[in-house]
Design a protein around this ligand. Structure first.
Ligand code: GDP
Length: 364
């Protein structure tokens, strides 16, 4: 599965957000730095109105959304790259995630301590980014040294790694994150293996006060500006509202959102933004038993997509009977689509499209 790490300075609302996301009390929110000591891992259903629509048409007994994993990563502080606070644990956890949701405190509340004694999300973002860049630099220096012998011996992989590490080091020394390096298609795999913290895609989460959830505030506006300048995206959320919503029944939640002037829950936007950040897409399998959503990276071939369901589906792949979401809905389901000639038999080289309704045929 795909993993988003939730990071941020202590007391910015990470645990509150994580609680809301996973509707558990597992990640305890408290007005106390280092409250989340163990990484908390939660699986979250990815909201998708299309799945309900498909299930309605096919009268599926069960609806199974696709899932995404969120990891609440213990508080990073200034100096973490030198092993202060929970730094080392933090760094180990963050290496494992695919992308980063960076929570920034954009709410004013005198009762909640800010580690730096003032609310300044742009400066907070820089603090964390700096720690991550320093950690990357340090690990690169070590690895470059360890690599010297192999490079001299002409080891091809080591030479490639060397080249990529030098490129990363150069931008980091220039005060920029590793994600600004332009990586060739051929180098992508080796680049990912470097597991640089600042090469992971990042999404800024502006945690604003309850009254500001719809429009944001002056702090979140500054974050938006910063994010745009970096080519990163941001979402505005009130973690406290989200936590309240997460405890409501569905109907109540809809009413509550309307009262607050919100079109949809912030968490839905956050999860979707994470999906986009990772270039993920959804395909569906639909039948009377269940309607189910599956996640694949954009550009996935039909056999690989089948492999997400089961390895045997990929190994014995014959073809994928394919109906686009639009055709499935407008033609009233599989039978209607088939009659209209809108069910395609797609082979091994077919690139699955977001929203495809697929039925795999395979040899056992
Ligand atoms: P973490 O250390 O980043 O995980 O922060 P927590 O989620 O534990 O939140 C720290 C404190 O800030 C808790 O007392 C929360 O109730 C409070 N808090 C979180 N989000 C908000 C918010 O949007 N507004 C206000 N006023 N307080 C918040």
């Amino acid at each position: 599965g795909f993993k988003m790490g939730i990071v941020g300075l202590p007391n910015v609302g990470k645990s509150t957000l994580f609680n809301a996301l996973t509707r558990t009390a597992a990640a305890q929110a408290a007005n106390f730095p280092f409250c989340t000591i163990e990484p908390n891992v939660g699986e979250v259903a990815v909201p998708d109105a299309r799945l309900d629509q498909l299930a309605g048409i096919a009268q599926s007994k069960q609806i199974i959304p696709t899932r995404m994993t969120f990891v609440d990563i213990a508080g990073l502080v200034k100096g973490a790259s030198k092993g202060e606070g929970l730094g080392n644990q933090f760094l180990a956890n963050i290496r494992e995630v695919d992308a980063i949701a960076h929570v920034l405190r954009c709410f004013e509340d005198g009762d909640v301590t800010h580690v730096e004694g003032r609310v300044d999300p742009v400066s907070d973002a820089e603090t964390i980014e700096t720690e991550l860049m320093l950690a990357d630099l340090e690990s690169l220096e070590k690895r470059l040294q360890n690599n010297v012998r192999k490079v001299r011996g002409g080891d091809k992989e080591a030479v490639q790694q060397q080249r990529l590490m030098e490129a990363a080091k150069a931008v980091l020394e220039d005060g920029k994150p590793a994600r600004v390096v332009d990586v060739d298609e051929d180098d992508l795999k080796a680049w990912k293996l470097l597991q640089l913290l600042t090469s992971k895609p990042v999404l800024f989460v502006c945690n604003v006060g309850e009254a500001e959830a719809a429009e944001g505030n002056a702090h979140s506006a500054k974050v938006a500006e910063m994010a745009a300048a970096q080519g990163n995206s941001h979402v505005i959320i009130s973690a406290q509202i989200e936590e309240e919503i997460s405890q409501l029944e569905r109907d109540e939640a809809v009413m509550f959102l309307e009262e607050m002037g919100l079109a949809e829950a912030g968490l839905d936007r956050l999860i979707r933004a994470g999906y986009e950040l990772l270039h993920l897409e959804t395909y569906f399998t639909v039948g009377p038993k269940e309607a189910r959503a599956w996640t694949v990276p954009g550009g996935t071939t039909a056999p690989k997509a089948a492999g997400v369901i089961h390895g045997d589906f990929e190994k014995g792949f014959i073809r994928a009977e394919t109906i686009s979401f639009h055709d499935f809905v407008s033609l009233g389901g599989e039978a209607g689509a088939k009659e209209a000639g809108k069910m395609r038999a797609e082979g091994k080289s077919y690139i699955v499209k977001d929203g495809d309704v697929l039925h795999f045929l395979f040899n056992t």
